[in-house]
Ligand binder design. Structure first.
Ligand SMILES: CC(C)(COP(=O)(O)OP(=O)(O)OC[C@H]1O[C@@H](n2cnc3c(N)ncnc32)[C@H](O)[C@@H]1OP(=O)(O)O)[C@@H](O)C(=O)NCCC(=O)NCCS
Length: 200
């Protein structure tokens, strides 16, 4: 079978509960955290306009969804905060900028709804996701000790949507090693992963 080409990919907003099984199948294959259907519904039913899919127009109906991003947007302290809850691209379709395109669509949608900032967590070891987000201007905000059920630490990444922070390029997207170590130590000493999980 020929490798997929960018021309066969169509980007669409979520539009029907019938798309949920395809979304769940895609995400469950790749993310280390198990999510219940209620978690999917919490995001998608409350913020359907912040869920985008990449579809392979040439594919059979059962595996048409080859990429998805699921987000929310609500108040966090003084800020209006966007949150990227899930992002996945099917293995055979990676490194074609589908992930980048989905994140850009989500960022634009959240900015148009007046988001002040956008955050997400990713495994400290997830090199692909870290560079994808850093290329888009996300900064490493915190290191969360043993955040995931598999015991791996997370980085919380943040994109500032207002002011100069929005323009951050890849070079400025990492905090200094010294600061990172200091924040890591603070988090490790004071945090219960479950509390951190809810804090967002
Ligand atoms: C992370 C993921 C969404 C990337 O999707 P993708 O469509 O392949 O990403 P893109 O093609 O847009 O890649 C953009 C950039 O990200 C980086 N990147 C992506 N995959 C990478 C990898 N495996 N190794 C290193 N860098 C990688 C590169 O800098 C790449 O730019 P380049 O192609 O110019 O080198 C995909 O690998 C995936 O679904 N992984 C499993 C689920 C997951 O980890 N989700 C993120 C949770 S926060």
């Amino acid at each position: 079978m020929a490798p997929p080409s960018p021309d066969q990919i169509e980007y669409v907003p979520y539009s029907s509960e019938l798309q949920l099984p395809g979304i769940m199948t895609l995400i469950e294959k790749d993310l280390s955290e198990p999510y219940s259907i209620y978690t999917y519904r919490y995001f998608i039913n409350n913020w359907p306009n912040l869920c985008f899919m990449a579809l392979d127009k040439t594919s059979s109906e059962s595996d048409v969804c080859v990429g998805v991003i699921i987000c929310k947007l609500d108040r966090h302290r003084d800020a209006y905060r966007g949150y990227i809850g899930m992002l996945a691209v099917k293995k055979e379709y990676r490194k074609m900028k589908i992930g980048t395109s989905l994140v850009k669509m989500a960022i634009n949608a959240m900015k148009s709804l007046n988001a002040d900032e956008i955050v997400l967590e990713t495994e400290r070891t997830n090199v692909g996701a870290l560079s994808l987000y850093q290329n888009l201007g996300f900064l490493r905000d915190k290191r969360l000790y043993r955040y995931y059920l598999n015991g791996v630490d997370a980085f919380r990444l943040k994109l500032f949507c207002r002011g100069g922070g929005n323009e951050a390029g890849a070079g400025s997207a990492t905090m200094s090693k010294e600061l990172e170590d200091k924040m890591y130590e603070q988090n490790r000493m004071s945090d219960d992963p479950k509390t951190k999980r809810q804090e967002n």
